[in-house]
Write a protein that binds this ligand. Structure first.
Ligand SMILES: C[S@@+](CC[C@H](N)C(=O)[O-])C[C@H]1O[C@@H](n2cnc3c(N)ncnc32)[C@H](O)[C@@H]1O
Length: 199
């Protein structure tokens, strides 16, 4: 995996045509007031797919906490349209969240976690998801004023991190913004703007 490199991304946008930049600005105006943070994700396809999910649900920004390992696999280039931020450690992540006015929500299974269907979202949530192998660090959970989990009913002890994110964002967006207009459908897809990076 590569490292997330904001300078490389800035360079990419300097070289893009005005139509593509306009598309990015239009997307930026529609973004919703929430963020998704991930703690030490290690598998490229998880990060890429999570970014793809975040884009589909107009996430305000994606925060990489700890590891800045990053791989575009699964996002199909769409990560370039996302607002990405990196914080190297827990202390700085906490300061960043406070500065930006977020309420951190630890998304993690636990006896004191609120089941998703009963959870009441704050006005500016920052959903924090844990790593594939170790989950969320206990220090991170302790810093979060909220904890939510998706109830499970089968044999598997936990969901894949991107699957978790997908269920959560669908629930958050549809319950919080019930009147939000989805992108129009064309054939069996949502209509992709030409020049989005998916062409
Ligand atoms: C594969 S799980 C980590 C499992 C890890 N082996 C552990 O024991 O903590 C990766 C992340 O997905 C999220 N996750 C998975 N299933 C979840 C569920 N049912 N409810 C809430 N979060 C979940 C959590 O953020 C978790 O840290």
């Amino acid at each position: 995996m590569a490292r997330f490199d904001p300078k490389q991304l800035e360079q990419f946008w300097r070289e893009q045509n005005p139509r593509r930049r306009a598309l990015r600005e239009r997307l930026a105006r529609r973004r919703l007031p929430y963020g998704v943070a991930v703690w030490n994700l290690t598998k490229g396809w998880n990060i890429g797919n999570l970014i793809r999910t975040a884009n589909a649900f107009l996430c305000g920004e994606i925060v990489l906490v700890g590891s800045e390992e990053f791989d575009d696999t699964g996002s199909g280039g769409i990560y370039r349209f996302e607002r990405m931020h990196h914080e190297p450690d827990i202390g700085r992540f906490h300061q960043y969240a406070a500065r930006e006015g977020y309420e951190i929500i630890a998304v993690e299974i636990g006896q004191d976690a609120v089941p998703l269907q009963q959870f009441r979202y704050p006005s500016k949530p920052l959903f924090l998801l844990g790593s594939e192998l170790k989950g969320l660090d206990s220090e991170l959970i302790a810093l979060a004023p909220h904890r939510v989990m998706i109830p499970q009913y089968g044999l598997i002890p936990c969901l894949n991190v991107n699957v978790t994110c997908s269920i959560l964002l669908y629930d958050y967006v549809t319950r919080t913004f019930p009147d939000l207009e989805p992108v129009p459908v064309e054939g069996a897809k949502f209509k992709i703007d030409p020049g989005s990076g998916q062409d």
